[in-house]
Write a protein that binds this ligand. Structure first.
Ligand code: DAH
Length: 339
């Protein structure tokens, strides 16, 4: 029995010594110490040992098991140590390596243009206000003097949610909210997203942005409108910019006009940029219509005001000489990085 045990131990130790992988150790463990292992088999043979010899033989089996376990453990530790050393060698950090550059974000041309417009008007004492994109027909049309059946209603292809509620087609709706609040005088601009059921092309999109402006006070005249918008154009496009007002029609203003600016590329001589015109159309404006005042509870005999609406994308496209509006929505990083 003793010889048999010694033989098992020797065999186990030489297998452990020969093993070249951590994983093999567990096979060896199973082979000798496992439930069906060789040492266990010896234990099972105890029933044939004379009762008085059993404690001694038991002790010998335990010693053999302890020896095998001890050597297994040592070998395991040495494998682990070697593995760790190898890993450390591989993962060595080269502190002289240059750091990775973090990409810097860029402001969107729309954002740059908007901030510039806001800066100009805030500098003139205007407040910047917001309004809902989902709007009642009343605010988008009716209170702006565009009643049911008015042709102007069909000019703007509207996304309706139901009979009463729509996606606003113009930021002019915010004028009504401001007037309803009744805090006069008013000097505000309201930038925001508007929606029209248009197909996408170089100059159209179902969703774009406008900036609305409105001033209401006593004795506001068309001269105030002209002076304000001329200053705006000069701050935006350069101090030599000239402006021209052409009569136009909007239901919510009377009189109404469209304002052109002299082409800032050719100074008005006519070039490819302004299509030979020398002038570039930039915004719609006018004196707030008495009906619009009355609908929102302001007395048109006491107060007058002017309003204007400008397309944000149009300003961004002009300022940065971008010839296709789709570029503003695709958000190609290579495009945006130029700003
Ligand atoms: N809401 C007009 C549009 O979308 C733009 C506009 C024109 C706004 C004249 C105004 C204005 O406030 O007075 O075409």
């Amino acid at each position: 029995m003793k010889e048999k045990l010694e033989q098992i131990v020797n065999e186990a130790l030489s297998k452990i010594n020969e093993s070249d992988q951590l994983e093999k150790l567990s096979d060896i463990k199973t082979q000798f110490l496992g439930k069906k292992g060789e040492l266990t088999a010896v234990l099972k043979g105890m029933k044939d040992v004379a009762p008085q010899d059993r404690p001694k033989v038991g002790q010998m089996v335990n010693d053999a098991r302890a020896k095998i376990e001890e050597v297994l453990e040592e070998k395991k530790t040495s494998f682990e140590r070697a593995r760790r050393a190898e890993k450390m060698k591989k993962e060595v950090i080269d502190v002289t390596l240059p750091g990775r550059q973090l990409g810097r974000g860029h402001r969107h041309p729309n954002t740059i243009a908007l901030e510039e417009v806001e800066r100009i008007f805030v500098g003139m004492g205007y407040e910047v206000v917001g309004g809902p994109e989902i709007e009642y027909d009343y605010y988008n049309f009716e209170a702006l003097n565009i009643p049911e059946g008015h042709p102007a209603k069909d000019e703007q292809d509207t996304f309706y949610i139901n009979d009463e509620i729509l996606l606003r087609t113009q930021t002019s709706s915010v004028q009504v909210h401001m007037m309803e609040q009744g805090k006069l005088p008013i000097r505000m601009i309201s930038p925001g997203r508007v929606f029209r059921s248009d197909d996408v092309d170089a100059t159209h999109s179902p969703s774009f942005h406008q900036i609305e402006g409105m001033v209401i006070d006593k004795n506001i005249t068309f001269a105030d409108l002209k002076g304000t918008l001329e200053l705006f154009a000069q701050k935006l496009f350069g101090k030599d910019t000239k402006v021209k007002f052409r009569p136009h029609h909007f239901p919510f203003t009377e009189p109404s006009a469209e304002m052109d600016v002299s082409c800032f590329k050719c100074g008005g001589k006519g070039c490819r940029f302004c299509k030979g015109e020398g002038w570039i159309e930039i915004l719609g404006c006018g004196m707030v219509h008495p009906h619009v005042f009355e609908m929102s509870g302001i007395d048109p005999n006491e107060y007058t005001g002017f309003a204007f609406g400008v397309g944000l994308e149009r300003i961004a496209l002009l300022k940065y000489e971008i010839d296709d509006m789709r570029l503003l929505y695709e958000n190609d990083i290579r495009f945006l990085e130029q700003f």
